[in-house]
Design a protein around this ligand. Structure first.
Ligand code: ADP
Ligand code: MG
Length: 238
């Protein structure tokens, strides 16, 4: 079943078009990567799904509900930000619970969701620390934990590995794949990095100059690129 459906979505900033006529259906539990060069519109597309940017025309449906006019908190999706966006004055526990601030939940439920997420992310021993006492990788887990506690229909990631060093990038990539296996949630992941796309995606959506150039499995886009652009960007060297 399709969890997230975009139909003929377009957007401009002022007179400048940045997304043109994008249509896409993302299945429940699917790991979809938006891949394209810098400026192709990946972040804008993701932010429209999250509700952080308005949609000029077209429709967005999440979990069967039309969402163009819904505020971010009511869409059932959770964004994990590139720059972590965690608060230095809050403990790990408080930072994770912050994801639930707008939802009316009993304290016991909040505590239990934070504990569950901390166990999944293996940061249970760090719950009373503050971000300054954490490594970059641990901070990023806190940011992911803040999304997990919301129990969203879909996780949205915008270049989550770009601030990490090479070794941590590989390790975190593997952990994200494991997280997807474990939660079986729908995930949309934005990157300009072909290796990340090839290793993580069930399907890759290749964006080029405001439009979808090709949608396919990693093998399909690699073996059967539809254009010279896709071939040079991800295709087989032959
Ligand atoms: P990507 O994530 O693929 O690098 P973006 O979605 O960030 O691409 O940007 C697509 C285009 O929209 C770029 O040309 C960028 O300069 C422009 N853009 C992005 N955000 C804004 C904004 N808030 N105002 C005006 N132009 C923007
Ligand atoms: Mg971007």
């Amino acid at each position: 079943m399709a969890e997230i459906v975009l139909a003929n979505v377009s957007k401009s900033y002022g007179a400048v078009p940045v997304i043109e006529d994008v249509s896409l259906a993302i299945g429940s539990g699917e790991f979809v990567v938006f891949l394209g060069p810098s400026g192709s519109g990946k972040s804008t597309l993701l932010r429209m799904i999250a509700g952080l940017e308005t949609i000029d025309s077209g429709t967005l449906t999440i979990g069967g509900q039309r969402c163009e006019q819904l505020p971010p908190g009511q869409r059932g999706v959770a964004m994990v930000f590139q720059n972590y966006a965690i608060y230095p004055h809050m403990t790990v526990r408080e930072n994770m619970a912050f994801g639930l601030r707008n939802i009316n939940l009993p304290q016991a439920e909040i505590a239990s969701r934070v504990a569950d997420a901390a166990r999944i992310l293996e940061i249970g021993a760090l719950l009373d620390r503050r971000p300054a006492e954490l490594s970059g990788g641990q901070r990023q887990r806190v940011a992911i934990g803040r999304a997990i506690v919301k129990e969203p229909r879909a996780f949205l990631f915008d270049e989550p590995l770009s601030n990490l060093d090479a070794a941590l990038r590989v390790r975190t990539r593997v952990e994200l794949a494991e997280l997807h296996q474990r939660l079986r949630s729908t995930m949309i992941y934005v990157t300009h990095d072909q290796t990340e796309a090839m290793t993580l995606a069930d399907r890759i959506v290749i964006l080029n100059e405001r439009r979808i150039e090709q949608i396919g499995t990693p093998l399909e886009v690699y073996m059967r690129p539809v254009s010279r652009f896709v071939a040079s960007f991800v295709g087989s060297p032959a």
